[in-house]
Design a protein around this ligand. Structure first.
Ligand code: MLT
Length: 257
């Protein structure tokens, strides 16, 4: 299978162990900005926009979590990075899990932030396909207005998220929804992951409940959960210090501090 990768737009800060931060759906690299000042003196932060989002190419005729993982590998090659710690938020976590499966030799550590290893249930899949249909007929406003309150209870964060969602195109959102609906169950390869795995979960997350973090960590060789009770689905924006500290714990576990 030939995977046609694109050159992702990327922002970098600091130096040290490379830590790649993958954003969730339908957002962009800016979700990580609150933690940049907290980590850039300790690690080399690499913030790409995933295909279709932010400033990255809008090529979405093909779109899958596996292809998005190949885009991330191509980025590491372009930056001459042999191994990195990869942290994926929600959909970015689905991409990070595909990366761990396909390119284990390029991974130093894995963080799943408000994410999960499970595939969609039939009901969740159906709901996504309905959302895709609604976005096609009503436009981006449908999710730009409806989604932020599910992501965070904080009004200022909701406003920022709504702006990020509004900047997305309809074809990208539809492609990403279908790709998430079609994604594989990652549980079977969790026991094969040889690097440290951290699951960060928000106690108030309405989209990915905390149990998902605990169930995936049970299956890995070396891993732990950090629960942030007051956070919802966006811990890096809602509790940046705790999220940054958690990610630094992983960098240390992966590399020794
Ligand atoms: C995300 O935040 O990336 C998505 O909400 C994930 C999902 O819908 O499964």
């Amino acid at each position: 299978m030939e995977l046609k990768t694109v050159d992702l737009a990327v922002e970098q800060h600091g130096e040290g162990i490379p830590l790649v931060l993958l954003h969730g759906f339908p957002l962009n690299r800016r979700i990580w900005h609150p933690i940049v000042p907290l980590l850039e003196k300790k690690s080399r932060l690499i913030l790409p926009d995933l295909r279709g989002f932010g400033d990255s190419p809008q090529e979405v005729e093909e779109f899958s979590m596996r292809l998005l993982a190949a885009d991330v590998l191509q980025l590491l090659d372009r930056l001459n990075i042999e191994k990195a710690v990869i942290a994926g938020h929600s959909m970015g976590g689905y991409v990070a899990l595909e990366f761990a499966h396909a390119y284990p030799h390029r991974l130093k550590g894995l963080a799943l932030v408000a994410s999960q290893a499970d595939a969609d249930s039939p009901e969740r899949r159906q709901a996504r396909l309905i959302t895709a249909r609604e976005v096609r007929s009503r436009g981006i406003r449908y999710i730009a207005e409806g989604m932020p309150s599910k992501l965070s209870a904080d009004a200022a964060i909701q406003t920022q998220l709504s702006q990020m969602i509004s900047a997305c195109s309809v074809p990208v959102v539809v492609a990403a929804l279908k790709a998430m609906a079609d994604r594989r169950d990652a549980n079977p390869w969790l026991p094969e992951i040889q690097v440290p795995v951290l699951a960060i979960t928000g106690g108030e997350d309405q989209l990915v409940p905390v149990e998902k973090a605990y169930s995936l960590i049970k299956l890995v060789n070396k891993g732990w959960v950090i629960e942030i009770p007051e956070a919802g689905h966006m811990p890096m924006m809602e509790s940046p210090q705790k999220t940054a500290d958690a990610l630094f714990q992983l960098v240390c576990a992966a590399n020794g501090c």
